[in-house]
Structures are given as structure tokens and as C-alpha cells.
Design a protein around this ligand. Sequence first.
Ligand SMILES: Cc1ncc(COP(=O)(O)O)c(C=O)c1O
Length: 431
Amino acid sequence: MHYIEKIDDKISNNDFTYVKFVGYSATSTTADRKYLMSQDANKIALPHMGEPYLLTPGPLTTSYGVKQAMLRDWGSWDDEFRAVTSEVRKLLLELTGDTDGVLDCVPMQGSGTFSVEALLGSFVPRNGKVLVLSNGAYGARAVETLEYLGRDHVVIDKGDYMPPRGDEVTAALIADPDITHVVVVHCETSSGILNPVAEISEAVYAQGRKLLIDSMSAFGAIPLNINEIRYDAMVSSANKCIEGVPGFGFIIARKDELQAAKGRSHSLSLDVHAQWAHMNKTGQWRFTPPTHVVVAFLEALRAHKAEGGVAGRGARYANNRDVMVAGMRELGFETLLKDRWLSSIIVTFFCPAHPAFEFERFYGLMKTKGFIIYPGKLTVADSFRIGCIGQMDGDVMRAVVTAAGETLNEMGVDSATPPEFALKERAKLAA
Ligand SMILES: Cc1ncc(COP(=O)(O)O)c(C=O)c1O
């Protein structure tokens, strides 16, 4: 049961007095602030409610400004909310570098998976055929979605983390002229690998096919400039690198593809063309929008712009990764991936071979120190992940490393070296 454990202070303005509470019993944790005491006032603020940092790939730690933007109610048909939707679409399009106006942006209610399903159901014709490049859970989910949709597909399955390469895509497309579309996951969040979308895009268009990109966890921090990497449509969501809260996704697609998508969708609510046409005509979402989430997202987009857009956000996340990976390696942990493939979104570490290491205990102790980490998704070896995205900077990442070191001591783990077979598995990637 949740209940307020301690009332910290009261904040008043002219109309309200509301209570800032820190900590709940039983089901919630108040972070141990000692790990972050050195943080100065100009840096990113600590989580406002004393909750742990989310070192996870979304939902992630958001700013107080983003959360505060949700305190007001909005009429979904009202002009003011329509203006919010319009600005969100415009600011998202700016991130693509689309100076020629060939793209448009269609927000879609639901989590990221809803938008991926909307994308596949709307852009792949019923008689189309998809080549899915799968190297983790989200590639596998795209395959599962196509099975639900009854769209013909083939898969290049690279296992847990090996990257799909341009030459294999070329060979697969030459071998099967029926393939109309290729689907690739930009950052495969299940391992953290940054897939080589530029070379894949070249291979796809050289064969006259179309590319659909799941850039869920990458868009906003890793460049996806339409003038440099060609694609027909991509998808992402509110609670990733733009640092909004969960509740909707968005599809950015060529306008001619949006037009061609008319009547294709298997689903009333996930019909991208219908949402697009309605939004362009009325300024409104077709069905009830998550109003507070959208307004919070606009706040997040403005903060993203103020930070220097994709370049600024990407630089902070890359620094987060570099600080955290260097520190974890000093403790003896090993990353699954070699540096060339490490994204600045999330990093997979092998669990230490030491018999006293147990992930659940490590997780629990890290949480009491103020950091929620993420279990791994590898099938080949035990692993865990640490995310680099969200309202965090180098100081936070240094504190994560300190906390990890102290946690190993508490567990009696004097070596973080992974098992031999895990390192052998990793050598395959280097080969
Ligand atoms: C690459 C990728 N695709 C799809 C999804 C699914 O998004 P959601 O969990 O919001 O449905 C995620 C979620 O993290 C993701 O990272």
C-alpha cells in the first residue's frame, strides 16, 4: 500500500497549497542522497520527489519542468491544445533536417509498440513483403507484429546482438524480388547496439526497396537526418530521448507514403493515414489524446532545443556513457559490445562470474542507493543494462559507478570479471 511517509515541505502559490512529499512506504524508495551530495546547483536537478534515478531506456528520469507541465487540464478540442499539437509536430520535424518539406509527423496514442504496429499496418501494403533485420527483442517484436497483421515477411536473424550489415541486405534483396520493405531497429535497446542504418539504407534504396526504421530509443539523440539517411518512415515515442513521459508515439513519414497508406490499415485506431488526414484537417487527434502527456512533451521538446537539439542531447548522453563505461570497466565489469557498437542509449554488461554475485541482490542494493538499473535480455549469458538517457549527467554517472563499487563490496564480490564463455561469445563480434 502507498502512503505518505514524510511531509517535506509545502509549496504555495496564489491559488493552491500543494504538498511535496518524499518517500512512500513498502512499495517505493527514497534515494540515499549521499551518493549525489557533490552535485552543484547549476547541474541537472536531483529527482524532485527523492525517487531513484531511472537508468532505464524509458520511462526515464524527467525534469521537474516536464512533470510540472502536467498540472493543468486542457480541452482536447480547444484551440490552445491544437496549438500544442501543431508545435509538437513542427518541432519533431525540425529534428529530421527536412528542409524540403517532404516529411510529415503523425502522433499516435499508446506506447511505442502501438506506433510500430500502426507503422507496419499502414505503410506495408497487404500484398507487400517485409525483410526484418532482427538482432534482439524489438526486431523479434516487429516479426511478431507482422504475423498478427498477416503481412508476408522474411527475417535475417542475427541472434542477440550481431549487427545486420549492408552486404547481407543487398544479397537478401537480390535473392527475393518480392520484398517491398525492409525494417531495421536503429538502436536495438535489448543489447544497446547501434545498428548501421546508413549502410542499410544505401543497400535498400540501391535495390529500389523502402526502409522503415524503428528509432524508438535513438531519435532525438542519434542523428537521423533525412538528407543523410534515406527512409520512407520512422517511429519513436514520447518517453525516450526527448525526455517526455509515456503515453504516445509518433511516426514521421514521407507525405507521398502517408497518402499512399489510405485504406491499408487493419485497425481503426492505428490507422496512420486516417490520423494524419484528420489532424491536418482539424488540428485534432482522432480519439482522446493524452493531453497532459502531450503538453509535457512540448515542454521536453523545448528543453531539447535549448540543450542544442540532437547534437547537444547526443553529446550529453555520449558523455554519460563514456563516464559510466570507463568507471564500470575500472571496477572489472565487461561490456557485451566493443566500443564501435556501443550506443549512447544503454549499455549491456556481463554479470560477474563470482559466486556471490546475484543480479536481484545487486539490483536491490543499487536501488537503495538511488539507482534503478535494468535486467539484461541476452540469451547467451547473464547480463544487466545501465541506461544513459534521461535527466542525468556525468556526475550522476560517476555516482552510479561509486554505488556499484560499494555494492560489490557489500555483496563480498571481489572480482567483476565475467565467465570465460561470455568473453568467448563476445569474441564472435570482433571476428
Ligand atoms: C527499439 C524499441 N522498439 C520498440 C519499443 C517498444 O516501445 P514500448 O515499450 O513503449 O511499447 C522499445 C521500447 O523500449 C524500443 O526500445
